[in-house]
Design a protein around this ligand. Sequence first.
Ligand code: DHB
Ligand code: MG
Length: 230
Amino acid sequence: MPASQDPTALREAAQLRDEIGQRLDALFAPEDDALKAANAATQAHGMPEIQISPLQGKLLQVLAACAGAKRILEIGALGGYSGIWLARALPAGGRLISLELSESHAAVAREAFARAGVADRAEVRVGAATETLPTLAGEAPFDLVFIDADKRGYPAYLDWALKLSRPGTLIIADNAIRSGSALRDDNTDPDLRGLYEYNQRIASDPRLVSVAIPMDDDGLDGFALSAVRE
Ligand code: DHB
Ligand code: MG
């Protein structure tokens, strides 16, 4: 039997991956009380528990530091978990605008921002992103845009991210892999079709240099990262 199919070897490899994940979380991305409370509130309000992982949060901070991000736009606040990571990457005077469709989710996110001590620099704006994005021209360009909302909307959000960007802006999208479905052209589900189109466009748009990295859900999902070229 090849080692790749040996059940004992597979179990040991899975255990090792778990242990590595725990050590990486503990070393690079420990959650403080405010981050833990954001997740607890998301659960308590019966909202979907689909927030990014701690390592993804820390990666957002590294990328925000690379981009010298002072203005960050998030599309999809959910319970504010990723927004806390992003807001904490801002320098003094920096701003995070987080767009959220649901008034009730926005309320949970605002409370999370207040608990995390970032309410002075992070705000949630309620509405369909297709309605709120066109109102942001006066606050652009954004240095980093993080897209983590309804998946069928991703192609439109990419258009807006490009309009609201400058050379060097980072455009990051969560859920760019989706167990491989986001890379397949035979989807009927509109959300998966949206993710597929997003990936196709960022891979070929001459204004962008892009990559997607399997780094969440045991390598089955992850961020797509695009930099707007000079
Ligand atoms: C879903 C959405 C997300 O943004 C995510 O990270 C995971 C799952 C979902 O809609 O199922
Ligand atoms: Mg997501």
